[in-house]
Design a protein around this ligand. Sequence first.
Ligand SMILES: *Cc1c(COP(=O)(O)O)cnc(C)c1O
Length: 360
Amino acid sequence: MSSPKLYIPGPVDISPATYAAMSGPNIGHRGKDFEELYASIQPNLRTIAGSSRNVYLSTSSAWGVMEGAIRNLVQKKVLNLCCGAFSDKWFSVAKSCGKEAEKIQVEWGEQIDPATVKAKLDEGGFDVVTLVHNETSTGVLNPLKEIAEIVKSYPEVLLVVDVVSSFSVVETSFDELGADVMLGGVQKALALPPGLTIFAVSEAALERAATTPDRGYYFDFCEFAKNDEKNNTPSTPAIALLYALKQKVDEIVEEGLQNRYARHAKLNEMVKAWGTKHGFENLAPEGYQSKSLVTFKNNLDIDVSGFVKAVREKHNFLINGGYGKIKGTTFRISNMGNETEASMTELLNALDEVIPDFLG
Ligand SMILES: *Cc1c(COP(=O)(O)O)cnc(C)c1O
């Protein structure tokens, strides 16, 4: 069977323009050509990130920087805001790094309530908060602005935000949020091959990192800052992915950020409307629903894995049958990356054709 077109919430399909960009020449990363490539990515990447500071480039998946943020910044205790597979895991990662960690845990499918964050921080002793903006497992979009505002009112507490699946889908302005670390993988909403993570770091976070022992080398934020001053990275980066990133950030700025947000909102509405038409409920509550994907509840009790398989076999489209402990009781459809009204219509028509076989 040929590779299916991906409508899973990452990795997503890669455009021919991105593939073409990746075939650029290999270059020595300590030379002028590389510095020019790195510097050429920054203006548009900073615009998309809403950052007046350069955005660092880590050759790793997002978890590298998520773990790195813990190792660089936690000296006392981290508060992990947990509402799904990725945010829950951040708590266990913090503990596996030997750090003191506490969590606020809500049910999968619920959002983090800013008031509980405030109450917890009032207990004292915390110096870092981690938040997953768009919890890709549950399709919940957390109230980032409200939570950032609260964390900001505790000067010794740094806010680390994962925007892996919301970056360039909805506005996430690093400067306006006053976040301390904002990180995004590239195989989700940026529609690049996996292997690169972009991250912005505040001055306060760099000052903290400089005094944190045992932060290692590969993800040492101070090393990233020092090398960034020379338009460079601490170790040999995935140069092909940097070419891809350059192509993508230029494309996004050309599309226009507001247009891109509007496109994703529209496509997401199409997916939601498909579910409503067939009687599937959204796992995420009204007001906190992702614009990148929809996580549907399997409230009609269909054979989810059979459905996913049939969609693939009959139409060569891949959707996702639920992540982690909600596999089978939910299913997910992504509208991230390069999707258009036409490409989403094709998928939804295919789903329309297959779904009657699975409804009682
Ligand atoms: C995919 C994802 C991650 C993990 O990314 P990796 O690239 O597998 O390290 C983290 N957070 C969120 C919200 C994600 O969707």
